[in-house]
Design a protein around this ligand. Structure first.
Ligand SMILES: [Zn+2]
Length: 91
């Protein structure tokens, strides 16, 4: 997933396991744990992208995750119906 100004938000590696944010909890970017990775899946093409939390925080601020989904745009151009994923890195 790329930022609308063309900044690449991708994390350098993908986590092995992940869960989907339910869109209800008021978790913020900063509330994610050290070993958790923020990601998104596209509501249109299903593509999954993993994001660099520090870049996301710098670009969007410490957003609620439920609000972040609407700010991401997939490589296919879709912005609608995107879901937030939370990946867990092996410790
Ligand atoms: Zn897409």
């Amino acid at each position: 997933m790329r930022h609308r100004r063309g900044i690449d938000l991708r994390a350098p590696f993908a986590p092995a396991i992940h869960r989907e944010h339910d869109g209800q909890q008021y978790d913020t970017v900063k509330s994610l744990l050290e070993w958790e990775v923020l990601g998104g899946s596209c509501g249109n093409c299903g593509r999954v992208a993993w994001l660099d939390k520090r870049v996301v925080e710098r670009e969007f601020g410490n957003q609620y995750l439920m609000h972040l989904a609407g700010k991401l745009r997939c490589a296919c151009g879709n912005k609608n119906g995107n879901r937030i994923l939370i990946g867990t890195l092996p410790r």
